[in-house]
Design a protein around this ligand. Sequence first.
Ligand SMILES: Cc1cc2nc3c(=O)[nH]c(=O)nc-3n(C[C@H](O)[C@H](O)[C@H](O)COP(=O)(O)OP(=O)(O)OC[C@H]3O[C@@H](n4cnc5c(N)ncnc54)[C@H](O)[C@@H]3O)c2cc1C
Length: 346
Amino acid sequence: MITIIGSGVVGLTCADMLIDAGCQVQVITASTGVDESACSWWAGGMLAPYCEMESAEPLIGELSGISMRYWQSFCKYNADCEYTDNGTVVISPNRDQNMLKHFAQKTQQWKKLGAKQLHDLEPILHQHQDALFYPTEAHIEPRRVLRVLWKKVCEHAKVVTSTTLSDAEIDELATSAEKQDSWLLDCRGYSASAKLSDIRGVRGEMIHLYNTELSLSRPVRLLHPRFPIYLVPRANQQFMLGATMIESASRERASVRSVMELLSAVYAVNPAFSQSEIVEIGVDVRPTFPDNLPKIIKQGRRLLINGMYRHGYLLAPACAKIACDLILQHNSPPALSALIYDEHSV
Ligand SMILES: Cc1cc2nc3c(=O)[nH]c(=O)nc-3n(C[C@H](O)[C@H](O)[C@H](O)COP(=O)(O)OP(=O)(O)OC[C@H]3O[C@@H](n4cnc5c(N)ncnc54)[C@H](O)[C@@H]3O)c2cc1C
């Protein structure tokens, strides 16, 4: 029996792949199943490898290919989820056009849009004259995919919910995995920080807006000198507005300053957003290693899969695949094996 701790996007994608491979799995989680206690609950669900290349390592490109194929196929076979591959639009305030130029220089796979093309694509961006369009990017609805994953896990695995394991209990599970030639997968996100000396928290605050007058078909990123934001369209006339990036591990409620910054920037996308209702304000901490890349740390038969940073949905399936390949003794491509840190070989 393989034990997985955590029911965020990392734990659930690992469980999904191991179940499909015919393994017996149990998931133990502090969450009630899928809920707001996991960082994964608060994500935008953008699958935007080319935009992320502005500041991310090239390896992210290879990993995201695996993850995007996983989500595409997952959504194809699960009617409750949708893989929307309408791309991403990137804009900047009209007075800051240099930012768009700079962003274009650092990224690939974009098309430049003039005013007419942009307004045809996203009519609510009618105040903007130029944009970059990344046609091969996609997005998913995190809460929907988590629920579908959780349902599958409940049907095919043993689940223990609302159980916060102590480090000592986790060590015991690891010892028992060693003895039984099984595996323990620690997918606790930032809560595993006591075990991972170099992990840090990057706090993110987000807001859900409801607006019946406005609609978008794809995520829009606004480059902004001080408050870059993005909007991800959701079902039922809702928009996920995100997200702050603050070097802090605090999960305290959102600050007035952050909410004001997010809301004032969304005004620059279209002033009609000021008429939106605020549905929800959320906060969580992105688990992040110094190079902002994930790690799969192997300690005997314990794997710690962590450090998804702002790329949980973009990278979790790829990391789950690397972990499964390790467990099932399949070979991972060498570039991806670079994410495996064998404690005994470091
Ligand atoms: C505002 C915001 C926006 C984001 N937007 C995006 C985006 O658009 N695209 C993207 O790819 N990523 C995005 N991210 C990042 C993404 O959400 C994270 O990288 C990802 O959720 C981390 O997943 P995880 O499974 O490692 O951790 P978590 O989702 O935090 O899951 C950890 C799990 O472990 C359980 N657990 C913790 N401690 C214990 C314990 N002691 N015993 C048992 N169970 C335990 C928890 O209950 C939980 O179920 C965003 C993050 C934030 C905050």
